[in-house]
Ligand binder design. Structure first.
Ligand code: BGC
Length: 255
């Protein structure tokens, strides 16, 4: 059997983890999920991460992970979380990677959640074998972005935090949360998304745009028919598991 790594996806509502076969990006055992503690302070999150990791390992004692990766919805530089758009402000400037390492007793590789989801799409999903410039966007509570050039990640791009048409950050206008909270029709929301995608396409001339996050389930019926971006746009292939798979795969590659 090929190497197995443990991926942890830390989000605003849940903390999920699973063992991943790094040769094909498949989960090799059940995923474990616990609610994100509130307030989502660094200490509380680290404790919940440790609990989730213990459950994953206890369920498969014979599968020993060779690497541990974790995602976080913020800019992550050198293991430090540098922003906190939809999480507790105490994360700004936190040595989060070292904190998680201490909590689980293993070396952990920490990266931005959208970067992890993008890596999973590049390695095993919708952008596999795609050369050139690929832009992956995750549309959920916020808008995450991951930019690739010939499969190499440009980390922490944060295109959800651009100012666009007076909306700063643009994620408050174009995220799935904005669609739900403003009660927008799919037609109205997709029009917003289309203008935003055309703007990004104008800046980066991507060869492919991949859309992930909860809304990707509605890509075929509600979104794709209403987009006119001028470059290929497709739905993410890994859906719910992209963060876990990307974190595990990147930790394996960086070990
Ligand atoms: C955060 C990003 C994150 C995105 C999706 C944004 O608010 O700034 O770091 O990738 O939400 O979770």
């Amino acid at each position: 059997m090929s190497d197995v790594a443990l991926g942890i996806d830390i989000g605003g509502s849940g903390i999920k983890a699973a063992l991943v076969d790094v040769a094909n990006g498949a989960l090799v055992a059940e995923r474990v999920r616990l609610d994100t503690p509130q307030p989502a302070t660094p200490t509380a999150i680290a404790e919940t991460v440790a609990e989730v990791v213990r459950s994953v390992r206890a369920a498969e004692p014979d599968l020993v992970p060779t690497a541990f990766g974790a995602t976080f919805p913020a800019v992550v530089q050198g293991g430090v979380t540098m922003s906190a758009a939809n999480v507790d402000d105490a994360w700004i400037g936190d040595a989060a990677e070292a904190r998680l390492r201490e909590a689980i007793g293993e070396r952990v590789h920490l990266l931005n959640d959208a970067d992890a989801a993008g890596l999973a799409e590049v390695g095993f999903g919708a952008a596999r074998h795609v050369r050139g410039v690929v832009l992956v966007l995750t549309l959920g509570t916020g808008v995450g972005s991951a930019l690739f050039v010939d499969g190499v990640l440009v980390p922490n791009t944060e295109f959800g935090h651009l100012e666009f048409r007076g909306h700063a950050p643009v994620e408050r206008w174009v995220s799935d949360r904005a669609r739900r909270e403003e009660g927008l029709s799919w037609k109205h929301w997709t029009k917003r998304l289309d203008t935003y995608l055309r703007y990004l396409a104008g800046l980066f001339s991507p060869d492919l745009i991949v859309l992930g996050g909860g809304v990707s389930k509605r890509f075929d019926d509600k979104i794709a028919p209403r987009l006119d971006v001028g470059v290929p746009v497709t739905a993410a292939a890994l859906r719910n598991e992209a963060g876990i798979v990307g974190a595990a795969w990147q930790a394996h590659r960086m070990r």
